[in-house]
Design a protein around this ligand. Structure first.
Ligand code: F6P
Length: 497
């Protein structure tokens, strides 16, 4: 295998977008594709035929096709931790035994949901899901995006160790009708275990006789959950090889599966599987996650862009940017290659974003006229989520499309303060509608896009050792008797005397 040579990417000419459109009448069809009810339009990025050739050559020398097969085959692609990354098996796409195991775990989850619905744990109206990071962001996104008309259960997702989060969540809950779902892959996470302990105290204080009887655990460490006090019959396991930020498809998705219904959860998995097959089988040049990653890498490696902005022109997708922050930055925020060498180039850009049209009146000034070049991503849904007069949704969509056009076109003006340079890139993802299938496909698209960037950069997207040091130091501070630096010691003294 040759060493990937980035010089061809770094030296790609910086042809303006308007010239790229003028030079190629087929540009739109070359750079757009449709998968699982989502239209992907990459034509307003600076990718062109030459860029695609250069990236295809790079992918070849990075052994991309073999890495992708290794991912689906359940090989230990997470080399630093010596394990596979089997989120696709949860959707039925992966090694046969892993797919069978995931199906069995899903069967167990469905059984417990049926039992809860049948009031085997007493009458339940409220679900208190306690987890953090990958054990919270996914379910929260699903419920916020798809649960607008959900009336079967009230669901609260609590992550922060700040007691305000838990207090706010339980304020309107009846402790006698609440189920606590403790979601933690490792079942060791400080925030989650403290919040769960406090939630049990809350139940006890309100006279719930057997609070542990109302607790279920969603975890890859069932033994630890049992040690903590959860009854074995109420543990919903998932495989160790499913990474935390890739785990919403497993039992971590429990609150969505119970609140939106099992059929919706299965449709979510089916949509993701459709994207898996597209990613695995489609030629690189019409492969949505691959093209998106090529654009991402073009902007970091050729243009030196340090951030990328994601703007959802749909309230239902307002949590997507924060979901993507974990997925992309925890996966690809690395400085060494999978074999421990300095990576020597920029890895993940900083992902940030917001909701349109709100963001237009807040941060878009910088995007149109600031000194940073920020590749943008717009998301919109043809079928609106509201029932108001059509003008709302029509205006929303037209604003979204107008932003991409304005950023690209710019506008000359004799007054420099009123001039727009233009040539600012964006991609647009246009969903037919927002339902479990399209959302599943959308999230899987982002997972694979992240994987492609990692594969081409030669980094391991599946570990996250960078989060450990701060955790250890917080624990040391909790134990006390340890000196940090003068500034930190002073802060601790000021807070605790
Ligand atoms: O601190 C980072 C992290 O390990 C994430 O990767 C993970 O999603 C989160 O913490 C929660 O971990 P767990 O599910 O084990 O509680």
């Amino acid at each position: 295998m040759a060493t990937p040579d980035w010089s061809a990417i770094e030296s790609l000419p910086r042809t303006p977008l308007r010239d790229l459109f003028a030079a190629d009448a087929d540009r739109l069809s070359m750079l757009s594709t449709d998968v699982a009810g989502i239209h992907f339009d990459f034509s307003k990025t600076h990718l062109d035929g030459a860029a695609l050739d250069a990236f295809a050559a790079l992918a070849k020398s990075a052994d991309f096709a073999a890495k992708r097969e290794a991912l689906f085959a359940g090989e230990p692609v997470n080399v630093t931790e010596g394990r596979a990354a089997e989120h696709t098996a949860e959707r039925g796409e992966g090694a046969e035994d892993s797919v069978a195991r995931a199906a069995a775990y899903h069967g167990r989850m469905r059984g417990l949901i049926d039992a809860i619905e049948g009031e085997a744990l007493g009458p339940i109206r409220h679900i208190l899901h306690i987890g953090i990071g990958g054990s919270a962001l996914g379910p929260e996104l699903l419920i916020d995006a798809l649960g607008r008309e959900m009336d079967r259960y009230d669901v609260a997702i609590v992550s922060n160790i700040d007691g305000c989060a838990l207090e706010e969540a339980i304020a309107s809950f009846d402790p006698h009708a609440t189920l606590i779902a403790v979601a933690s892959k490792t079942f060791t996470t400080t925030e989650t275990l403290l919040n769960a302990t406090s939630a049990l105290d809350w139940m006890r204080e309100h006279g719930v006789e057997d609070p542990y009887g109302r607790v279920i655990a969603l975890t890859a460490a069932p033994d630890k959950a049992i040690d903590w006090g959860v009854d074995e019959t109420r543990i919903l396991p998932f495989a160790e090889s499913v990474g935390g930020r890739y785990s919403l498809w497993s039992s971590i998705g429990f609150p969505a599966a119970i609140a939106l219904g099992w059929d919706a959860f299965e449709e979510l998995l089916d949509g993701a599987a459709e994207m898996d097959r597209h990613f695995r089988l489609t030629d690189l040049r019409s492969n949505a996650p691959v093209l998106a990653a090529f654009a991402d890498l073009y902007y970091t490696q050729n243009r030196g862009c340090e951030t990328r902005g994601v703007f959802a022109y749909d309230e239902r997708l307002r949590l997507l940017p924060s979901y993507l922050q974990q997925l992309e930055m925890e996966s690809n925020g690395k400085s060494v290659t999978a074999d421990g060498q300095p990576v020597g180039r920029a890895t993940a850009p900083i992902t940030w974003g917001g909701v349109g049209t709100d963001a237009q009146h807040a941060v878009f000034q910088l995007l149109h006229q600031g000194t940073h070049l920020i590749p943008l991503e717009f998301l919109a849904v043809i079928e609106g989520g509201d029932t108001l007069a059509e003008d709302h949704h029509r205006a929303l969509l037209l604003n979204c499309f107008a932003q991409g056009a304005a950023l690209m076109a710019g506008r000359a003006n004799d007054d420099p303060a009123r001039a727009y340079a233009g040539d600012r890139p964006s991609m647009t993802l246009l969903l037919d509608e927002l339902d479990p299938r399209t959302l599943g496909a959308l999230i899987a698209f982002y997972e694979h896009r992240t994987f492609v960037s990692a594969a081409l950069l030669g980094i391991n997207p599946f570990d996250q050792f960078g989060v450990e040091l701060g955790k250890e130091m917080a624990k040391a501070a909790e134990r006390g008797g340890q000196d940090f630096d003068p500034s930190t010691d002073d802060l601790i003294r000021r807070a605790f005397g």
